[in-house]
Design a protein around this ligand. Structure first.
Ligand SMILES: NC(=O)c1ccc[n+]([C@@H]2O[C@H](COP(=O)([O-])OP(=O)(O)OC[C@H]3O[C@@H](n4cnc5c(N)ncnc54)[C@H](OP(=O)(O)O)[C@@H]3O)[C@@H](O)[C@H]2O)c1
Length: 327
């Protein structure tokens, strides 16, 4: 089956609607922040292979994920799968807290070493909380593009105004703002109301949806088997536990749709994300098992009907007592 790729913003990079998130590759309990179990390199190799086998052509990592461990583990996983440089798209992120823009120029070689032999296709600013202005940060990113160290510039967790500012500054150097990586899923709809979705549409900036499964809640597995929660790290267990009952009506409808499409509940949630706004939103689900990556990739084989997308939209919004999870 051919998977249609989408342009990453107004760049010449093309990506599949589903990529793989790799916070789970941090390989360090502290860096997983009480959310994820620590994975071995063998686990990681198998997850990367499953994503590739499912047709996924891009991977998202970050400097902060295990302080470089995720970048190195991803590169090892890709080498293990005999992927040649340029065959997939690699996105990483600069950690801005508490740093000046100059550290973007100083830290890029470390990113490139960690990911070697793979290039940094998309470099993102992880959060809008740096010691330098957005203008200075975008100037540093533009320098990296002009030096051939990265191909495209993205941001993450930027609000609409910050996105517009970044877009405008990069435009002075003839560089498009490729993407904004934000938390977005059926249960967390804040970007629909705070102007981010609208600004992205207007500016031609791709939205990369992180935590697209609301950290596993939208897989339905904890609703079906709450005993699974006992095996999850404490911080995440508490977040999920508190949200099971309020989300049950949505999960039940997702289960019916999953049956119709011979799919999983997770696939229904991801499918909604990648089709609710044309080509604007792509998603980077995380995985702790190869089967998760395979499952996520397989959502690219079907498309929910517009009426189903609308119904899920309305049903999820009707869960008035729901408070989105924060990482
Ligand atoms: N830019 C940012 O500030 C930011 C913030 C957060 C995340 N991110 C990125 O977004 C990626 C994804 O977000 P996320 O990790 O927060 O959460 P997520 O993708 O919503 O949930 C991922 C977790 O759900 C479970 N899962 C996934 N697929 C499953 C399946 N098919 N069946 C059963 N369980 C499944 C797994 O956890 P268990 O097996 O442990 O249950 C997996 O680790 C991260 O890896 C990271 O790259 C970015």
């Amino acid at each position: 089956m051919t998977i249609l790729r989408r342009a990453l913003g107004r760049t010449d990079l093309t990506i599949t609607p589903i990529g793989l998130g790799t916070w789970q590759f941090s390989q360090h309990a502290f860096a997983s922040a009480g959310n994820w179990a620590v994975l071995s390199q063998e686990d990681i190799n198998d997850i990367v292979q499953a994503a590739l086998d499912g047709g996924v052509n891009w991977f998202d990592t970050a400097e902060i994920y295990g302080f470089g461990r995720s970048e190195r583990a991803l590169a090892q996983g890709l080498q293990h799968a005999q992927v040649t440089p340029g065959e997939v798209v690699i996105a990483t992120k600069w950690w801005p807290i508490p740093r000046f823009a100059g550290s973007i120029r100083r830290s890029i070689d470390k990113r490139l070493r960690n990911l070697s032999p793979y290039p940094v296709d998309l470099h993102q600013v992880h959060w809008p909380f740096a010691l330098s202005s957005i203008d200075a940060i975008m100037d540093a990113m533009a320098d990296l593009v002009e030096a051939g160290k990265i191909r495209a510039v993205g941001v993450s967790n930027y609000n609409a105004e910050q996105m517009r500012r970044a877009h405008e500054r990069l435009a002075k150097r003839g560089i498009p703002l490729a993407s904004n990586q934000v938390k977005y899923n059926l249960l967390d709809r804040r970007i629909e109301e705070n102007g981010v979705l609208e600004a992205a549409k207007e500016l031609g900036v791709t939205l990369i949806a992180y935590s697209p499964l609301e950290m596993g809640l939208l897989t339905g597995k904890f609703h079906q088997n709450p005993a699974l929660l006992a095996q999850r790290p404490r911080r995440r267990r508490k977040k999920l536990q508190a949200r099971l009952e309020v989300t049950r009506p949505l999960i039940e409808r997702m289960e019916e749709l999953a049956e119709k499409y011979q799919a999983s509940v997770s696939q229904v949630g991801l499918n909604w994300l990648i089709h609710a706004h044309g080509d604007l939103v792509v998603a980077i689900p995380g995985a702790t098992k190869p089967s998760h990556a395979a499952d996520a990739a397989a959502t690219m084989r079907f498309t929910l009907l517009p009426a189903e997308i609308e119904e899920l939209h309305t049903l999820a919004r009707s869960l008035k007592d729901y408070k989105p999870i924060s990482n």
